[in-house]
Write a protein that binds this ligand. Structure first.
Ligand code: 13P
Length: 233
């Protein structure tokens, strides 16, 4: 079971440091892998504070070239140098607002894996796509550019559930995760308004291998509660 906190554009270096100091002192369930994904500028303080713990630090994106004239981008090699363990790629906010495509997601994923990073690659349909009955075809298209890998995890994040408080029901998440798993035999996280109140129901599904948590990962209490909900013990 993997619980990853995607901080998005929250928590600068100082706030990240303080949060990680507190997180380090929390007794987290041993059977749950816990990861935080701070913004680039806060990665270093998170890595420093969480060094020697079981808590991993992931970036939120990563470029496919090692270095070059790519203003605003960061490479997998640079992340590795910092002690970062993995990265998210293809988040729907990047697809919606920053022109990320299936093609660029594929390139970022391949390069990150090649460099030895773990990857959480995000897929998910918009509300309009779901209403049009296109969920399965959208997921298949988004996944078609990826290949199974021991270090690859998929996050199913229905766009209509992100930051809206409208979580997918466990049944609906189950259906979507089965589609993902029929294409790629890798762990699949659910993301989209995961909260302490709904985490257990979602995570109880056999095809749900963890959660990618946005808003509720920003507060220690709610993040801890979700990590606990992920542990059957
Ligand atoms: P929320 O948990 O805030 O809905 O965000 C989900 C998400 O996008 C995680 O990557």
């Amino acid at each position: 079971m993997l619980i990853a906190g995607n901080w998005k554009m929250f928590k600068g270096p100082e706030e990240a440091r303080r949060f990680c100091l507190e997180l380090r002192d929390v007794e987290l369930p041993l059977d749950v892998d816990v990861v935080v994904c701070p913004p680039f500028v806060s990665l270093e303080s998170a890595v420093q504070v969480l060094a020697g713990t079981e808590i991993g630090v992931f970036a939120q994106n990563c470029h496919w070239e090692r270095e070059g004239a790519f203003t605003g981008e960061v490479s997998a090699a640079m992340l590795r140098e910092l002690g970062v363990y993995g990265t998210i790629v293809g988040h729907s906010e990047r697809r919606q607002f920053f022109g990320e495509t299936d093609e660029t997601v594929a390139r970022r994923t391949a390069a990150a894996l090649e460099a030895g990073l773990q990857v959480i690659a995000c897929v998910g349909e918009t509300e309009a796509e779901r209403d049009a009955g296109e969920t399965e075809s959208v997921l298949r298209r988004q996944l078609s550019v990826l290949e199974a890998d021991d270090n690859l995890v998929i996050a199913y994040e229905p766009v209509w559930a992100i930051g809206t408080g409208r979580t997918a029901t466990p049944e609906l998440a189950h259906e979507a995760h089965e589609i993902v798993k029929s294409v790629l035999d890798v762990p699949v996280l659910y993301g989209g308004s995961v909260k302490p109140e709904n985490a257990r129901g979602l995570l109880a599904r056999t095809v749900v291998d963890g959660a990618l948590v946005g808003g509720a990962s920003l507060e220690l209490d709610s993040f801890e509660a979700i990590c606990r909900a992920a542990s059957p013990s």
